[in-house]
Ligand binder design. Structure first.
Ligand code: ZN
Length: 144
C-alpha cells in the first residue's frame, strides 16, 4: 500500500503533463510504516537525463539522487519510491522499467499521459532479493 496526499498525487500527475510528450521522473520521500505500507510526505521532481530518448525513457542523475537522499535523512524521510510518466502509453511497467529498477521494497509509480492529460496512475512495488528474482507487484494506492 502506498499512501499519498492529494497534493502529492496531483503534483506528480501534473509533472507528467508539463513534460509531455517527454517522460517526467521524480522521487517519493516518506517513511516505511510498520504494517508494510509506505506513506509519502514529499515528492521531489527530477530532471530526465535521458536526452537520447526522453519520450520513452527516464533516468535520474545519481548525484541528484544522493543529494535528495541526504536532504531527506535530515528530515527523517527515506526514499520510498520513484515516479515517472508514460506519454501515450499505458500505466504499466515495461521490461526496461524492471531492468532499471534496483530499490527493493520501493514503489514505482507510473502515470499514463494521453494527449497531454494525465490518465491512469498505478503503483508497483519492487519485490525480490536480487537482480535475478526481482519482479514488480501491483500495489494499491490510497490518496487522502
Ligand atoms: Zn516506464
Amino acid at each position: 500500500m502506498l499512501k499519498l496526499s492529494q497534493s502529492a498525487y496531483f503534483s506528480l500527475r501534473q509533472h507528467g503533463e508539463e513534460t509531455y510528450p517527454h517522460e517526467c521522473c521524480g522521487v517519493l520521500l516518506g517513511r516505511f510504516d510498520d504494517n508494510g505500507a509506505k506513506t509519502v510526505s514529499r515528492i521531489v521532481r527530477c530532471g530526465n537525463t535521458r536526452a537520447d530518448s526522453p519520450h520513452n525513457r527516464y533516468n535520474i542523475d545519481p548525484r541528484e539522487l544522493i543529494r535528495i537522499q541526504r536532504e531527506g535523512r535530515g528530515r527523517n524521510e527515506d526514499i520510498v519510491g520513484f515516479y515517472h510518466s508514460h506519454p501515450d502509453h499505458a500505466a504499466q511497467w515495461s521490461s526496461t522499467d524492471l531492468a532499471e529498477a534496483h530499490w527493493f521494497g520501493c514503489s514505482y509509480v507510473i502515470t499514463s499521459v494521453e494527449n497531454g492529460k494525465a490518465a491512469l496512475t498505478n503503483s508497483f512495488e519492487l519485490m525480490g532479493t536480487d537482480e535475478d528474482d526481482k519482479k514488480f507487484v501491483d500495489e494499491p494506492t490510497e490518496v487522502s
